[in-house]
Design a binder for this molecule. Structure first.
Ligand SMILES: Cc1cc2nc3c(=O)[nH]c(=O)nc-3n(C[C@H](O)[C@H](O)[C@H](O)COP(=O)(O)OP(=O)(O)OC[C@H]3O[C@@H](n4cnc5c(N)ncnc54)[C@H](O)[C@@H]3O)c2cc1C
Length: 294
């Protein structure tokens, strides 16, 4: 059984993940930060941050860029990839990325908060037509009808990819997610801007119900900034949408730690950075303990 290509794999390149990376590097661990974006989309939205100690006023995007530079300079490997699943292999963990897989001895989850509530039918039909990743699952829907529920500008890329393989693609702009760098939507994709009421079907997806319209579908791709964490790692304890952690940022799964917005309020940079530090050090200690046992 593989013992992991990295000591520590950190999911998310926001303040929490990068702080975990920096501090795990201080403990001389090999660290991969795997993130959908090599920045914090959340922090980038802050025109100004005025409450980060020692930095009187800085734009969110500048602060995010400094965090990235600092973690990289410390020797963390930063990799752009969307993680859709983490699997416990016993003495290591594997993570399913958009274009490759990763493995490590310990994991820090730092994926930020998921603001959107789950769509009725989403959990029940997960793996039965509901997917979070077009690159991973798109080929299963070759020649079929799919609906993309876009909660983020990145969803347009997913829809454009699906349009190359599926017979029919409907893109629902579930939330206004137009970003300046969003790609143009490909020709042939039907675009709707309607409220999503539910995903229906007995043992597989059959249709998507929108406000005033029902769309027959074989597959539904729900594209958000972040996947609800309980879908990322089976068995992890979550309460009120936040990962349950102790003061060492340990989760109920041995070897998995969590930090930042994903562990709950307050949603603030200083809290994310502090928790990231604790999670990075705890993960490093865990790796040392495992090595000592061998
Ligand atoms: C408009 C706005 C203004 C704000 N202003 C302030 C302020 O003034 N002061 C303050 O302290 N805080 C502010 N915040 C909050 C602050 O941005 C967050 O608390 C902070 O960014 C949380 O850090 P995090 O690392 O936990 O998560 P995030 O910064 O959200 O980072 C999460 C990371 O995980 C990645 N990710 C998510 N899911 C996956 C996946 N499945 N696979 C791979 N990668 C994934 C994302 O791409 C991202 O890189 C503001 C937020 C907003 C939206």
């Amino acid at each position: 059984m593989s013992s992991g290509e990295y000591d520590i794999m950190i999911i998310g390149a926001g303040p929490a993940g990068l702080s975990a990376a920096l501090n795990a590097r201080v403990r001389n661990k090999s660290v991969a930060v795997v993130s959908r974006k090599l920045t914090s989309p959340s922090l980038e939205k802050a025109p100004w941050v005025d409450n980060y100690l020692g930095v009187e006023r800085i734009s969110g995007s500048e602060l995010s860029a400094r965090f990235v530079d600092h973690a990289r300079t410390a020797g963390a490997e930063l990799i752009e990839s969307d993680i859709t699943g983490i699997f416990n292999l016993g003495d290591s963990f594997a993570a399913l990325g958009s274009d490759r897989d990763f493995s490590a001895k310990a994991v820090v989850i730092a994926t930020g908060s998921v603001q959107e509530a789950s769509i009725p039918g989403e959990s029940r039909l997960l793996g039965m037509g509901v997917s979070y990743c077009a690159t991973c699952d798109g080929p299963l829907y070759k020649g079929k009808r799919v609906v993309v529920l876009g909660y983020t500008a990145h969803a347009i890329e997913e829809a454009n990819f699906l349009a190359q393989i599926c017979s029919e693609v409907t893109y629902v702009a579930a939330r206004s997610a137009k970003a300046e760098d969003a790609p143009e939507i490909a020709e042939g994709i039907r675009v709707l801007k309607k409220r999503v009421l539910g995903i229906r079907g007995e043992n597989k997806v059959e249709e998507v119900e929108l406000d005033g319209e029902t769309i027959p579908a074989d597959g539904v791709f729900v594209v958000r900034d972040s996947i609800p964490v309980e879908r990322l790692l089976e068995g992890i304890d979550v309460a009120d949408g936040a990962i349950v952690v102790d003061r060492e940022m340990t989760t109920n799964v041995a070897g998995v730690f969590a930090a930042g917005d994903c562990t709950g309020r307050p949603y603030q940079v200083a809290k994310a950075v502090g928790e990231g530090l604790v999670a990075g050090l705890s993960a490093a200690r865990y790796v040392d303990r495992m090595a000592a046992k061998k």
